[in-house]
Design a protein around this ligand. Structure first.
Ligand code: IFM
Length: 462
């Protein structure tokens, strides 16, 4: 597919938000002008990041936010999802507030509003202030209260201009990769001992939600969700493993909010699921239930699950390549399967599971990585990304046509950035970033998305 105007663009509901997303640690840089986070310390440990890089400079968005706002304005988006760095606003994680940090987000928000773009901040996208990690991080219940204090600081300062707030980004991925498997910061490999880090994030979300609602703001939690299927439909072991995986990845972070209870994690008992029961205190689930006004959904791919083998560390599942069940499925540079229909399956599956309890949804991330580089004329021809977005947006349109109340879509990402443990080796941007010079080059997908948005109704946001 070329970067021309997409054909037959389906109409989305009036007021649907068209956006792009980033996160603080992945784009901001300006590390000397904020407190240290877990990711600073983690990336400095040899061998943690694929290319040995850090997020100290990243896209230097901290010093180039006006230029990036202009890129968003020219893209034609109606909303921008970014995250606030907790260590930039509250450098030690509690106590002293940084005026310079607040001023930075003031400038960003005001610039966005002047450009006619709704700011949609995420309060926490994995960059925990390092002093809090040294006191237990998300394994410590107290972190939930400190997060609510930080939410109060943010809403006091920005609540007059920001309506929609996302509390946390992808608590499952943060728990699993950061605390269970140790491949993300803070690098702990506790296996099921990580479960309290999930519960404390949900508690933090609920307490911050109460603060934001008290200020009359709307609250989202963004989950990374994946439709799950067994490797072999007829195999009882694979089906049980798929259920166990679904309970952990999806339902552990949805059921408490939408149903007021954790799913059955009995399959994890052999691996030791007890820590979760110990972490959940009376009253916690009452606080968590109903704590969102809308759900943020990050969708990248479906997951195929098989019965575990002896090398699966006592966990009740194994994760074979998606292509073991669906040979020939194309993959991104990351190796993730490209399955646009999975977005439709995911959203309609959520409605089947939660019925009327499913709130409106915003797709808060969707995108693909690719080995992008400018050609001799300086053009970045990323036809696969255009095709990826086209397929996913059409699947989303089908979901909307089937009755799903979807109210926005945010492309991940506005620009290439620090892709966590992969460093700068995985490029997800609509805009190419030269990490030596900081130079931004809009890719073909940027023009493609601009054309797609231009074909849509741009009523004021709901
Ligand atoms: O870059 C990440 C983002 O920080 C969280 N969701 C998935 C993206 C791609 O891996």
């Amino acid at each position: 597919m070329s970067a021309g105007v997409p054909e037959g663009v389906p109409e989305f509901p009036p007021g649907f938000l068209w956006g792009a997303a980033t996160s603080s640690h992945q784009v901001e840089g300006g590390a000397d002008e904020r407190g240290r986070s877990v990711w600073d310390a983690f990336a400095e440990e040899p061998g943690r990041i694929a290319d040995g890089s850090t997020g100290a400079v990243a896209c230097d968005h901290y010093h180039r936010s006006a230029e990036d706002t202009e890129l968003l304005r020219r893209l034609g988006v109606s909303a921008y999802r970014f995250s606030m760095a907790w260590p930039r606003i509250v450098p030690e994680g509690r106590g002293r507030v940084s005026t310079a940090g607040l001023d930075f987000y003031d400038r960003l928000i005001d610039g966005l509003l002047e450009a006619g773009i709704e700011p949609v901040p995420t309060l926490y996208h994995w960059d925990l202030p390092l002093p809090l990690e040294e006191r237990g991080g998300w394994l410590a219940r107290r972190t939930a209260d400190l997060f609510a204090d930080y939410a109060q600081v943010a809403v006091d300062r920005f609540g007059d201009r920001v309506l929609r707030w996302i509390t946390l980004n992808e608590p499952f991925i943060h728990m699993a990769l950061g605390y269970a498997f140790g491949v993300h910061a803070p690098g702990k490999a506790l296996m099921t001992g990580a479960l309290p880090a999930g519960h404390h994030q949900l508690l933090a979300h609920a307490r911050a939600s109460a603060v934001l609602r008290e200020a009359g703001r709307r609250v989202l939690l963004t989950d990374n969700l994946t439709p799950v299927e067994p490797l072999r439909d007829e195999d009882d072991g694979d089906r049980a493993a798929a259920d166990a995986y679904d309970a952990l990845h999806n339902r552990m972070f949805l059921d408490p909010i939408l149903l007021g209870a954790y799913p059955d994690l009995g399959a994890y008992a052999a691996a030791g699921a007890g820590p979760l029961e110990e972490a959940v205190l009376p009253g916690d689930l009452d606080e968590i239930e109903g704590s969102v006004d809308a759900l943020g959904v990050n969708y990248y791919n479906p997951t195929v699950v098989a019965a575990p083998g002896p090398d699966d560390g006592g966990l009740p599942f194994a994760l074979p390549p998606y292509t073991d069940r669906h040979p020939g499925t194309p993959t991104t540079a990351f190796g993730w399967p490209v399955v646009p229909r999975g977005l439709y399956d995911l959203l309609t599956g959520l409605r089947r599971s939660y019925g009327d309890r499913l709130p409106p949804v915003f797709i808060t991330e969707n995108g693909c990585s690719r080995d992008d580089a400018p050609d001799d004329e300086g053009r970045v021809a990323d036809a696969e990304r255009c095709s990826y977005m086209d397929g996913h947006l059409r699947a989303l349109a089908d979901a909307v046509a089937s009755g799903i109340d979807a109210r926005g879509y945010f492309a991940w990402s506005l620009m290439d950035n620090f892709e966590w443990a992969e460093g700068y080796t995985q490029r997800f941007g609509l805009v190419h970033v030269d990490f030596d010079t900081g130079e931004r080059t809009p890719k073909d997908s940027y023009a493609w998305y601009r054309a797609w948005i231009a074909g849509q109704n741009r009523d004021s946001p709901r």
